[in-house]
Each structure stands twice: as C-alpha cells, then as structure tokens.
Design a binder for this molecule. Sequence first.
Ligand SMILES: [Zn+2]
Length: 180
Amino acid sequence: MAIKLYNKTRCPDKILRAIVTAAGQRIGCDTNIVVKVTQGQCLGGSGRALHGFPYLWHLTRKRQKDSARDRVVSTRGGWIELVLPGTHPAWDVLLQAEKWYELCLHEWGHVKDFQTDFMPGREWSRRGESGRRPNWEDRPEEKRACMYAARGQERARSKTADEAILALASWLEEKQKRGA
Ligand SMILES: [Zn+2]
C-alpha cells in the first residue's frame, strides 16, 4: 500500500513520494500511512512521527482533518510530518538531500515501533517526577528509532532511492538559483 501524501510544498509529489517510500521500505515498514510534508527555512529540515491519539495508535483507521472536510484515512501505525530544508547559496544541496533521506529513515524508525505489536517490556519515555520527559538521547523510543535508521543505512540503497535523492538535490539547486 502506498503512503498517503499531503504535500504542502512546491516540490513535486513524485520526488517526495519516492524518497519517503524508499526510506520506509528500507526500514521494513508497512508504508500505508499518512505523510505530510511542509516547506521549512532551515539547513536540515526536520520531522516527527506521531501515533495519532494516545491509546488509539494501534487502530488501523484515524480521522484526518483536511481543510473543511473531515476525511477518514486508513493508516497503519500513525503518521509522519516532515519539513523540507530551505535553500541558501552556501548550502550543499546534495548533502541536504542525503540528510533528508536519513531523516526519513529515522521517522520511519518510529513508525516501525508503532507498527510492531505492543510487547511487554518495550520501554517508552515517561515524564519523571519533575514532570519533564528525559533528554532526547535518553528516550528509549529515540534509541530504537536511531537503531532502525542505522540498520536501514547499512543496507545497500536501491537505485530508485538514489535517483530520488538526486532529484531532490536538483530541485533544491533550482530553488537556490531562483533565490527562493
Ligand atoms: Zn526521533
């Protein structure tokens, strides 16, 4: 099943879909999830993976609000929000595109967690007595996402993924030239 892409950027759907899907497949996820992509201004872009509503993340259907209409979108294991990097004359577009693919791998790492049936003993960060969550690097779910991403990186990348990363780099380059 394909990702359900909500593309809020000017980057063609085809490029985003190819990169995000290739990353999801590398991690071994069911790619039938909602992915929203917006345009950012930073060098690296960013992302987060959500499991929808607490206690409901294991359900296969969730309600996706899209403009005025309420649509029910069937997903498996939450959704991902990604932010595309911005452009600047000094930034290396190929490196930016590579890093964005790595970011996708990481977010899919979280989805892998959500899609794996709940196992007793699987640790999640909680708010401590102070009411604050532990630092990013101490959260068990982040450690797992990083581990999945690292494993995904180790495996040889598909030609489709390579081409899509290059296509993103070219798109960023064009944008950079236009000074956008
Ligand atoms: Zn993370």
